[in-house]
Design a binder for this molecule. Sequence first.
Ligand code: SAH
Length: 230
Amino acid sequence: MKIAIMGAMPEEISPILEKIGTYKTTAYAGNSYYEATYKGIELVIAYSKIGKVFSTLTATTMIEHFGATKLLFSGVAGAISSSLKVGDLIVATKLSQHDLDITAFGHPYGYVPGGSVFVEADKEMIEISKIVASEMGKNIQEGIIATGDQFVANEERKNWIGTTFGADALEMEGGSVAVVCNALNIAFFILRSISDAADMDASFSFDEFLESSAKESAEFIIKMVDKLAD
Ligand code: SAH
């Protein structure tokens, strides 16, 4: 088993690298990949840069070039559901691309032929996350995550995404990582901690809480890896 741990921004993976301590850095395809052995498990860690294209490249590279056999994503997201507050954790049950739109041809939002509106995350790792959460005394919510190449800071857009996809949170990488893992048959787990409410204050909230929320998510991911190593 080789586990890929992925984020989009440096802040999302630096708590993990700090915890791992020693790692080997490899430059590949315009990015840095960090490899380590942790509790007997091989890890490859990277942040992709923001958005669906960079996250697709990184997820594919981690699997095809570095040989990852499972992928865990750690990061921050904007909340849609009013039950999600800053710092809360959400585990994706399934993901969609909210900005994928060929509805002019009668298709639903998020759909292109050969694809599907939603991609489901690995159920086994979701079950493991529930055990980890209870051991940590943490509350995690499961829900649908919608992904698009937009920082959403607009109540109307956020509500549309919520209604159209039944989404509880939104971000910019999960849906593309899900497509890659699904196509390559790699079990994946996507965790996000809330940094903002995707409303008009979102950019201020994001700047204030990026670091603390990214850390919340990263700490949980480390416990997930601990559990997978058992
Ligand atoms: N401040 C950064 C840009 C952050 S973009 C810069 O200037 O470089 C937002 C990142 O956090 C993305 O990786 C996305 O996945 C996540 N995210 C958090 N809140 C979001 C929101 N409201 N809309 C979309 N993505 C959000």
